[in-house]
Design a protein around this ligand. Structure first.
Ligand code: HEC
Ligand code: HEC
Length: 159
């Protein structure tokens, strides 16, 4: 009885150390594999330029104006901006977009009113003024330029 216990313990010990040996061998194999692989270059949208090199020159594109607005690709998509926005600033004190899109101004400016959701806080309260979480319009709404897609893709909008 005592004997079997002893052998069990010694078995356990040896299985532990052989486990370690296997681990070491696996690690060595991994290192060998990494060394033998040709260096693969990872390429981002910035190209394969070194971090401290100048990045690819960005093309000059004109912002598109789309009369009547862009079609949405899915329900609840923040609509794309169909006009230029470089003159409208959003600062702590003033939001240039609201000069046309606010509840007060939209009729006079003949612009679409911000979504009703824009007045609701995250706790579900409806405010008289725009909710803070919708203040920075460009977080969700962006204009479009005439350019090729950055990455080729087969995206199709929902009908
Ligand atoms: C001078 C008035 C004016 C200002 C300022 C303005 N817009 Fe507009 N915006 C319009 C008008 C008018 C339209 C409708 C254009 C059309 O449908 O042809 C529009 C359309 C839009 C739409 C599309 C809505 C839809 O349902 O398709 C979005 C989004 C939008 N604007 C966002 C913005 C944002 C963000 C800013 C600030 C950076 C801004 N706008 C500033 C007048 C303005
Ligand atoms: C957190 C994202 C987000 C922010 C920030 C945001 N919007 Fe929107 N906006 C949306 C979404 C989503 C919709 C479409 C669904 C809806 O109406 O809520 C929308 C809809 C709109 C529409 C069209 C409303 C309609 O009834 O067709 C206008 C115009 C608009 N936003 C303007 C603005 C302006 C101006 C600001 C800044 C003051 C702004 N949005 C900030 C997400 C956002």
């Amino acid at each position: 009885m005592l004997n079997t216990k002893k052998t069990m313990i010694s078995n356990l010990k040896s299985s532990k150390s052989s486990g370690r040996k296997v681990m070491t061998l696996m690690l060595l194999a991994l290192v060998a594999m990494m060394l033998s692989l040709p260096a693969m270059s990872v390429e981002s949208l910035r190209g394969d330029k070194a971090l401290d090199a100048k990045s690819v020159k960005v093309g000059k594109y004109k912002v598109k104006s789309e009369e009547g607005g862009y079609e949405r690709s899915f329900e609840k998509q923040p609509p794309l901006i169909p006009h230029k926005i470089d003159k409208y600033r959003i600062t702590l004190k003033n939001n240039g977009c609201l000069k046309c899109h606010s509840e007060k101004a939209y009729k006079k400016e003949d612009a679409p009113k911000v979504g009703d959701s824009h007045y609701i806080t995250r706790d579900g309260k409806t405010l008289k003024h725009i909710s803070k979480r919708r203040y920075f319009c460009n977080q969700c709404h962006v204009p479009q330029v005439n350019s090729d897609p950055l990455v080729e893709n087969t995206y199709e909008g929902v009908e």
